[in-house]
Design a protein around this ligand. Structure first.
Ligand code: AMP
Ligand code: MG
Length: 491
């Protein structure tokens, strides 16, 4: 039996300047190291058939499944603030689209599948480490309830890639609501191809925002909708301590999913200025800068849409500014609501924002672990006898005591029982996140041919909100000697 992909492609039917038709370059000897079976089922694929030598060939690009129309998508982008008029999929190839069990159209893309007309310098390949990192973090984000691209499979290519050293090569199969980015709009806007911008906007509306199709000002409504999804997404990132690392406009998805996991990382101790990425020397994409950068990226999207707003450019700019003006409110509302939930508040009161901010301030000053502080605070909500576990996380435990007294007074005004409050807090404050030192350890083992630690980490992160005693050590922050201070793109 051959593997059947129920492709129903739409992007490949767009005008020829939207992409380059290019087939994956076969790899030497593909070996499947991970298949995401639940995701395969969700996409209408047969996991048993995929889990085979033929499946490994397909998931590495060595064999094309029937119905695939392989393309490399064109896009541009601002990288660290500098505009590059042509980037495009330089090492990724979209095989096609399928409709998942929820009726949502999903791209199936191979990453690391060989050069394309858009590869300028690189070899079109990916190393095992970054492939596993993306697999781990994207699936962890999914389990955390955050919009994200997903990972269907990781395949070893049987070839080496040359980076700073020789590394084992691999291919990731990425699944996304779409791979359309702010940079996709920029590609056509930079060429003053307004017809293409309109065509792309119509495609995006149909695919991601179908309710806007009959809107009187559909392109204005589109901008507003994308802003809404990005505001919500970035708030969610901050709630779990996620740092994307490379928030370039080409890494900003129009559908509102987290996309392009490169040097991303999670906070251990809370530090709003934290930067991990080795290429982010100016701290442009630091943890707390992410909302500001999202707005900057959305402003670049708005610029692309101006010709669709009005023939009168000044009018169009005024309209765009008005729409962009809603971002801070939308972001702040989502951010504050999430923070209230993190400290177990069921109601909203004056002073709540200050209460949360004072905790964050104490956490920053006390270098308290971000994830553990909130998780253990849930246990403290159940029983004040658990306070000790929280205060132990602070360099100056007295700072926590002072805050905890105010917090107890505030929650005492709400009717919920301690058990109810703990349950609500544990449902939003994960016990397990993909900690950087764990990811590094897993990659090191996998490069040395041991994928058991990878498998175990995937298992832990699949249920991030459940305390599981057998995995207790995975909740721990790194020991000083394990701490990861920098992450690398390592493409
Ligand atoms: P990224 O850093 O993955 O967001 O990629 C930025 C740009 O560089 C995109 O146009 C990629 O397709 C391209 N790129 C990254 N790595 C490679 C590679 N190994 N070979 C060819 N192009 C690459
Ligand atoms: Mg990218």
């Amino acid at each position: 039996m051959t593997v059947h992909f129920p492709f129903q492609n739409t992007y490949a039917a767009l005008p020829a300047n939207f992409f380059a038709r290019v087939a994956p370059t076969p790899v030497a000897s593909p070996r499947l190291i991970k298949l995401n079976r639940p995701l395969a089922l969700h996409l209408g694929l047969d996991p048993d058939l995929l889990d085979s030598p033929e499946g490994a060939e397909i998931l590495s690009g060595k064999r094309l499944p029937d119905g695939a129309e392989p393309i490399a998508m064109a896009y541009a982008g601002h990288q660290f603030g500098h505009f590059v008029p042509q980037l495009g999929d330089g090492r990724a190839i979209l095989l096609g689209e399928v409709i998942d069990r929820d009726g949502v159209r999903r791209d199936i893309q191979l990453k690391g599948s060989g050069p394309t007309p858009f590869s300028r310098r690189g070899d079109g390949r990916a190393a095992l480490g970054p492939v596993l990192r993306e697999y781990i973090v994207s699936e962890a984000m999914f389990a955390l309830g955050i919009p994200t691209t997903r990972s269907l499979a990781a395949v070893m290519s049987g070839e080496s890639v040359i980076r700073e050293t020789m590394l084992p090569g691999a291919v990731l199969t990425r699944v996304a609501a779409s791979h359309i980015r702010v940079g996709t709009f920029q590609y056509f806007a930079a060429r003053e191809d307004t017809d293409a911008v309109r065509r792309l906007a119509d495609h995006v509306i149909e695919r991601h925002y179908p309710r806007l199709a009959d809107h009187a000002r559909r392109y204005h409504a589109l901008l507003e909708a994308v802003i809404g999804r990005q505001a919500d997404l970035i708030a969610r990132w901050l709630h779990i301590g996620f740092i994307h690392g490379v928030m370039n406009t080409d890494n900003t998805s129009i559908s509102g999913e987290t996309i392009d996991y490169g040097p991303c990382a999670f906070l251990d101790h809370y530090d709003p200025g934290q930067v991990f990425s080795s290429i982010d020397e100016m701290g442009r994409y630091a943890y707390a800068n992410q909302p500001r950068i999202a707005l900057w990226n959305l402003t670049r999207l708005a610029e692309c849409l101006l010709p669709l707003f009005s023939d009168d450019q000044e009018k169009a700019i005024a309209q765009a500014q008005e729409i962009l003006g809603v971002f801070p409110e939308k972001f702040t509302a989502a951010y504050q609501a999430g923070l209230r939930a993190k400290i177990g508040l069921f109601t909203t009161r004056d002073g709540d924002e200050a209460l949360v901010q004072d905790l964050l301030k104490a956490m920053a000053e006390g270098k308290a672990d971000f994830t553990l502080t909130f998780r253990r605070l849930g246990d403290a909500a159940l029983d004040a006898a658990n306070d000790g576990k929280v205060r132990a996380l602070f360099a100056d435990p007295a700072a926590f005591d002072e805050w905890a007294a105010r917090w107890r007074k505030r929650i005492a005004d709400e009717p919920q029982s301690p058990a109810e409050r703990q349950a609500a807090m544990h449902a939003v404050n994960p016990a397990f996140i993909p900690r950087n030192h764990r990811i590094e350890a897993v990659i090191t083992a996998a490069v040395a041919n041991d994928t058991a630690p990878f498998e175990e980490l995937i298992k832990v992160l699949a249920k991030p909100f459940e305390d599981r005693s057998e995995f207790a050590e995975y909740a721990n922050p790194p020991k000083p000697e394990e701490r990861v201070c920098q992450t690398f793109c390592g493409t």
